[in-house]
Design a protein. Structure first.
Lengths: 248, 261
């Protein structure tokens, strides 16, 4: 337990110390929130869908957590290149503990980052429908963070260099974001897109966030919680397996 | 303590280690010498569970590291050839995290960290992040960290690379002391023949993935009819210079350096 905590603490410390990076990673969500939020607002309203800022804010929070979780997994790649990974791999500690500490640390820092974006959303005029919804929303944020931090670990364990990471970014992470319904409603889509959006884990996260914050559900709270819970368990197990096989 | 038989490691077409056999006795300081790219680090990586051998067998204190990696890891400590510190953490935090990973009790940890950081003259900088350290300071920290717990077997992979003579002297004095008082078995590699001559009980010389000679420093000198280990080494491995190709790790480091400036 002490080991898991120490490695968790390491991730949190690293996050808190890289203030420039924290600020920099606010840039992209802000663009989506403000430029798209206000830019698409009039069209969205004319289409009879209500306030777009309200609609897109939960999606932007989901996106922030997705990116920062996956990046925390890619931190494994940096640790590999800078050697610190070896230090943990030869330690007399079950690898599952090392994986757990890192992944939970990554999930925690993404949750921080998501909360920061939530605050920015609130400042920009986003209004959750009630306080209870905010707590449910935080639960969904935590679940999304764990799911994608674990996925990040699986990816990080398999990557050898930065080029590989670009590939993952463009062919896995970006599609996960764009297919999640973060930016548009999931109803009345062409059939192919409907199938793809249903296969996307983040769809359930974004739906949960949107449901919790502004009471607009597509799949429903039970489905969202169940899918994310099961995926978290599967990804953590696969992550542990991937981690136990790492060679330097 | 360490028994290696017919150990082979290939990466695709490249054979890094081509069937080596040797024994390291308990309480011995064993030097593993060879030119760049001879297979020293690959061998250490296999001994320390970081790589799985292609074939051959390893026994570490009676255990097979590929079958029971965790039990094997409980028995050794290692100082790596490449840097392996966390640059965002302070010197103290790096030491402390290592102590946690190796289950050193908190009280002992606090004491030993102070002793070791003082010994390697880093105590005043304990609160500074490692990324502000010079190359030599990082190296010293890495060695101090490797000595934080007392393993049965200590692996030192070119530990003195980039160290000043003072720190080198500290290191070897400390290692000899550990060996004599605690009976720690030491397996080391180095490019400095005088160091090997000074501390090692026995030496194996590896070249192109094969062991070309084994014995005490004296035996190696006699065997080659030379009067220093350096000359014996050159007689055994030739005078041509070897090149290692840059791995992806080196390329990344170069890239990272470019970004930082």
């Amino acid at each position: 337990m002490e080991v898991v905590f120490a490695l968790w603490l390491r991730e949190v410390k690293r996050y808190l110390r890289s203030r420039a990076q924290v600020v920099a990673s606010l840039g992209q969500p802000l663009m989506y929130l403000l430029v798209l939020g206000f830019g698409l607002g009039p069209v969205f309203e004319k289409a009879g869908q209500g306030n777009y800022l309200q609609f897109v804010a939960p999606g932007v929070i989901g996106m922030t957590i997705l990116f920062s979780s996956i990046f925390s997994g890619a931190g494994l790649l940096w640790d590999r290149q800078f050697g610190f990974l070896k230090e943990t791999l030869v330690a007399p500690v079950p690898r599952i503990q090392i994986m757990a500490g890192r992944t939970l640390g990554g999930a925690t820092t993404s949750l921080f980052q998501g909360t920061l974006v939530l605050v920015v959303c609130l400042l920009a005029g986003f209004r959750p429908h009630d306080l209870g919804g905010v707590f449910l929303g935080l639960l969904f944020m935590a679940l999304v963070a764990v799911v994608f931090a674990a996925l990040g670990t699986i990816i990080g364990a398999g990557l050898k260099d930065m080029q590989g990471f670009q590939l993952v970014m463009n062919f896995l992470v970006m599609p996960i974001f764009f297919l999640s319904g973060a930016l548009y409603p999931l109803s009345n889509l062409p059939p192919a897109l409907t199938v793809l959006t249903r296969l996307d884990p983040l769809s359930y996260g974004v739906d949960g966030l949107r449901g919790a914050f502004i009471d607009q559900w597509h799949f429903g709270v039970v489905t969202d919680l169940a899918v994310l819970g099961v995926l978290a368990a599967i990804f953590l197990a696969l992550g542990a397996r991937a981690f136990s096989r790492i060679q330097v | 303590m360490i028994r290696v038989q017919n150990l082979i490691k290939t990466f695709g077409d490249v054979t890094a280690v081509a069937g080596i056999t040797f024994d390291v006795h308990p309480g011995e300081i064993f030097a593993f010498l060879g030119p760049n790219g001879a297979g020293k680090t690959t061998t250490i990586q296999m001994l320390t569970t970081l790589l799985r051998p292609t074939s051959g067998s390893i026994t570490l204190d009676g255990l097979d590291p590929s079958a029971r990696p965790l039990d094997a890891r409980r028995r050794f400590g290692i100082v790596f050839q490449d840097p392996s510190l966390d640059h965002e953490l302070t010197a103290y935090e790096n030491m402390d995290l290592h102590g946690v990973l190796y289950h050193v009790p908190r009280k002992v940890r606090t004491e030993r960290i102070q002793v070791l950081l003082t010994l390697f003259e880093l105590w005043d900088r304990r609160g500074d992040r490692v990324k502000t350290f010079s190359g030599g300071m990082k190296r010293r920290l890495e060695i101090a960290r490797g000595l934080l717990h007392t393993p049965k077997i200590l692996f030192l992979d070119e530990p003195t690379l980039g160290l000043d003579p003072q720190s080198r002297n500290q290191l070897w004095t400390h290692v000899k002391h550990l060996n004599e008082t605690e009976g720690v078995t030491v397996f080391l590699t180095t490019h400095y023949m005088d160091e090997a001559e000074r501390v090692a009980h026995r030496i194996a010389i590896i070249d192109h993935g094969r062991i070309v000679a084994q014995g005490s420093p004296q035996e190696l000198r006699q065997q080659t009819g030379t009067d220093s280990l350096e000359q014996a080494f050159l007689a055994l491995t030739g005078t041509s210079i070897r090149d290692e190709s840059a791995g992806s790790a080196d390329q990344m480091r170069q890239m990272a350096r470019m970004w930082r400036k």
